[in-house]
Design a protein around this ligand. Structure first.
Ligand code: PLP
Length: 393
């Protein structure tokens, strides 16, 4: 660090040069991300709440109230006005909080001599996001990985059998898988969990702000779209920074009610509140403010319109791919399209060399495209042309 500072103009110019190296959503080259542009109103809110810290909520009472209101709104969307939760750092922290809750319920059972498991045992679909691997590693969890059925949703029969064969502490279901956008049969999983008094967590980080807004015309007969608290689930991850047009990092974690908090709280003696449930300590306050504001600002109607536009573009991409001889893995369930390709990793890198950033699947050899709000028809046409070029080479 130099002794003397530099002028604001000089340093901002330097930063701008670095910023220019970044891709911009609006350029239509980011096809593999679950993040997108924020709404213009969001920029103003971030500025207003930039210095707030929900790690010390007694200092920021208004911001804390807004986080509560955001949770209440998400709760009402998920059929539970009594939900307790937080707007945290993305789906990762949200999922880690659910896993911590499962772990501490197991610990309580162990203390009472009610569990023989040496580690909390959790059934988790093989399509689960890698945040669950972080949780397994940090909390010494023991996973039973559930395979998929032909439609790429979790095999409930396997889950049912595993519950009969082992003492299970938690079940995870996914409403909108990262790779394909498929929706596990949460109703069935929830039934299995409730009948056996097992905790069930739903990862709807992506699907949570899509599924409730899907118009009937996009729904398929053989898919069960129910995933929320009306099924009796214990917790749900739902991320405003994915399909909710909020700034990174806005992840949502909701528990059925406040009684779950005791499994999360640690003692925080020197803060304005003496208990803290989130994994991060010092944490941004604008996530809650933006979530509340954007949901209020758009209303159900506004969000439905955005979701429908994404679905129309998804179906357009699907149709164009087929017309050009490509093979999508499934008919799109949400605004995600996976394209079968034996050389998917190589093709992904070649596309990148041409300035197109898709991602890849893990559960099937395929490229993966997320049709976020920043993806327009002309971007899709351009993508198809470049994909054709790459495949010709
Ligand atoms: N859960 C699902 C289903 C996801 O798709 C993702 C991210 O893509 C996450 C959790 C993790 O979210 P984040 O990257 O915001 O931590």
């Amino acid at each position: 660090m130099d002794e003397k500072g530099v002028s604001e103009r000089e340093i901002l110019e330097e930063l701008m040069n670095y910023r220019k190296l970044d891709l911009k959503y609006e350029d239509g080259k980011i096809f593999g991300s679950m993040c997108s542009n924020v709404l213009p109103i969001t920029r103003k809110i971030v500025d207003m709440f930039l210095e707030t810290n929900l790690g010390d909520p007694g200092l920021f009472k208004g911001t804390k109230l807004l986080e509560e209101k955001a949770v209440e709104l998400l709760g009402s969307l998920l059929n539970n006005k009594k939900a307790y939760g937080h707007i945290v750092s993305g789906g990762t922290e949200a999922n880690l909080m659910a896993l911590r809750c499962i772990k501490n319920i197991w610990r309580e059972k162990r203390r009472k001599g009610l569990s023989k498991n040496e580690h909390p045992k959790i059934i988790i679909p093989i399509t689960a996001h890698f945040s669950f691997e972080k949780g397994r590693d940090m909390m010494d969890l023991s996973y039973i990985y559930a395979p998929l059925k032909k439609d790429y949703t979790v095999d409930e029969k396997f889950v049912k059998d595993a519950v009969e064969d082992y003492e299970i502490d938690g079940i995870v279901g996914i409403a909108g898988t990262t790779e394909l956008g498929t929706i596990d049969n949460i109703e069935e999983l929830s039934k299995i969990a409730k009948e056996n008094n097992i905790y069930i967590h739903v990862d709807a980080a992506f699907g949570g702000l899509v599924i409730p807004f899907l118009e009937e015309k996009y729904k398929k007969k053989n898919i069960n779209y129910n995933f929320d608290f009306s099924l009796g689930v214990d917790s749900i991850t739902i991320d405003p920074h994915k399909m909710g047009h909020c700034p990174i990092p806005s992840g949502g974690i909701l528990f059925k009610d406040i009684s779950y908090r005791k499994y999360l709280d640690v003692y925080t003696p020197y803060l304005t509140e003496t208990k803290q449930a989130t994994i991060l300590g010092t944490r941004v306050g604008f996530g809650g403010a933006c979530t509340y504001a954007v949901l209020k600002y758009l209303g159900r109607e506004g969000q439905r319109k955005i979701v429908s536009e994404c679905m129309e573009n998804t179906l357009y991409l699907y149709k164009k791919l087929k017309e050009n001889g490509f093979n999508p893995v499934i008919e799109p369930v949400l605004n995600i399209v996976a394209i079968e390709d034996e050389d998917y990793k190589d093709v992904c890198m070649k596309l990148r060399d041409k300035g197109i950033y898709v991602s890849v699947c893990n559960c099937v050899k395929a490229l993966r495209v997320v049709v976020m709000p920043h993806i327009k028809r002309e971007h899709i046409d351009n993508f198809i042309e470049i994909l054709k070029e790459v495949k010709k080479d």
